[in-house]
Design a protein around this ligand. Structure first.
Ligand code: URA
Length: 439
């Protein structure tokens, strides 16, 4: 219940700035007041910055999450389907098209998958932007349409509607432009409020670690964020597993909207890059093990592999895209007019491939937004043909730059070349999965 109170936002900002604690009702009224428009953006931004420096404790983070959930409608997808519902979410990275591959595989294995996704943030692309490169694909479904599609097709990925967690939608947009995205308590409550509001019984979270992760998160930071999200899941009675995964280099090869859709479709058919395929299989295995199929992780993984091999995951992808109004044919995807190769300047082994630099190069080509109003060019981006640890000879193709015009292609080639470091010795081997934290 919301306690009626006259909040003095400036006082709450000051208390947090001084390292004090806020009561549950104070957090609730601040968040709901902001959602209604009674607390202006400048005060909410100041509060987020105070939280950036002072943090929130577990109780405060839970109160924030609860308030965000109460700001709008909720869906009990499990009750609507009569099934245990599983969901996944990533903290965001470069080339992260995981949900687009995981959804159809999980659905092909007989587990319903209904997901609310977001748009790109800074140098990292968003699942919705990627899906919108598919001609006709509708990201905006009503709650009734969303539930009906998950029931009929087993799969839907939609945008955040105004009715579901509107506080997060408003706060996320504000954080994006006030340098307050990289705050663990705010990330944890943003992600978990959406998962809980859409009725997930169990959640697999992918916390990105490294150069291309927001805030260049270290493994230690990632563990802290994972524990916070697991705590929120526990308080809400949702089983939560966090994968801590490498984002020091882009995930897979493709970075850019339509290019990533192609790679996701290839991966669903078992023809994807090794690191991306490994992450997809692990996430699918865990989602299936958390579902009501009554199987363990190795069996979940085996079924995911089988769905990729026998074509049922591809069939699920096509059914899903058609149900949401899109054309699933790869030939329908936009292509860039120019493709330039980035060539190795000498012999060597790739000791580093900077995810952030590739993400920014792709953004500069037009694949992302600099401001909220920017239009996205779905065709452009980068394909990294060579990744960390691979040997190359002088003149070998390191990457391709897909560009709209000569000037942006030239800038893109220079930026991608800078993202590659060539040395004499191979770097220490590092798999995609760095750790797993479970509640
Ligand atoms: N993803 C979200 O949904 N919210 C955040 O705050 C960061 C990543």
């Amino acid at each position: 219940m919301i306690v009626a109170m006259t909040i003095r936002a400036a006082e709450l900002i000051e208390r947090k700035r001084e390292g004090g604690e806020l009561a549950d009702e104070e957090i609730s009224e601040l968040v709901l007041g902001f959602t209604r428009g009674d607390v202006p953006d400048y005060q909410m931004a100041a509060w987020c910055m105070a939280v950036f420096f002072r943090g929130l404790n577990g109780r405060e983070t839970h109160a924030l999450t609860e308030a965000m959930i109460r700001s709008g409608d909720t869906i009990d997808l499990g009750a609507a389907l009569g099934r245990r519902v599983v969901d996944k979410h990533s903290t965001g990275g470069v080339g992260d098209k995981t949900s687009i591959a995981v959804g159809p595989i999980v659905a092909a294995c007989g587990v319903p998958f209904g997901k609310m996704s977001g748009r790109g943030l800074a140098h990292s692309g968003g699942t919705l932007d990627k899906l919108e490169s598919i001609p006709g694909y509708r990201v905006e479904l009503s709650i009734d349409e969303f539930v009906a599609q998950v029931r009929a097709v087993g799969l839907a990925i939609v945008g955040q509607t105004g009715d579901l967690v509107p506080a997060d939608m408003k706060l996320y947009a504000l954080r994006d432009v006030t340098a307050t995205v990289d705050v663990n308590a705010l990330i944890a409550s943003s992600i978990m409020s959406k998962k809980i509001a859409t009725g997930a019984d169990a959640v697999v979270l992918d916390v990105k670690v490294g150069d291309g992760a927001h805030g260049k998160r270290t493994l230690e930071d990632a563990r802290v964020l994972a524990e916070q999200m697991i705590d929120l899941g526990r308080r809400a009675g949702r089983e939560t597993v966090c994968l801590l995964t490498d984002m020091d280099q882009p995930l897979g090869a493709a970075v850019g909207n339509a290019l990533e859709i192609r790679e996701a479709v290839d991966t669903i058919a078992g023809k994807g890059p090794a690191d991306f395929t490994e992450l997809v299989l692990d996430a699918c295995g865990r989602l299936l093990a958390l579902s009501d199929l009554g199987i363990d992780l190795p069996e979940g993984r085996r079924r995911a592999e089988a769905a990729m091999a026998d074509g049922s995951a591809t069939a699920a992808y096509e059914r899903w895209i058609r149900a949401q109004g899109g054309n699933p044919g790869l030939s329908a995807l936009p292509t860039a007019p120019l493709v330039r190769e980035v060539l190795a300047p000498r012999d060597g082994v790739v000791t580093r491939l900077g995810a952030l630099a590739v993400g920014i190069a792709s953004l500069e080509l037009g694949a992302g937004r600099r401001t909220k109003e920017d239009a996205i060019d779905h065709a452009v981006g980068v394909v990294c043909r060579v990744k960390r640890g691979q040997e190359v000879a002088s003149g070998d193709v390191l990457a391709e730059v897909h560009a709209r015009d000569d000037a942006s292609a030239e800038r893109g080639v220079a930026a991608v070349l800078d993202a590659y470091e060539l040395g004499g010795e191979p770097p220490p081997a590092r798999g995609i999965l760095l750790d797993v934290v479970a509640g």
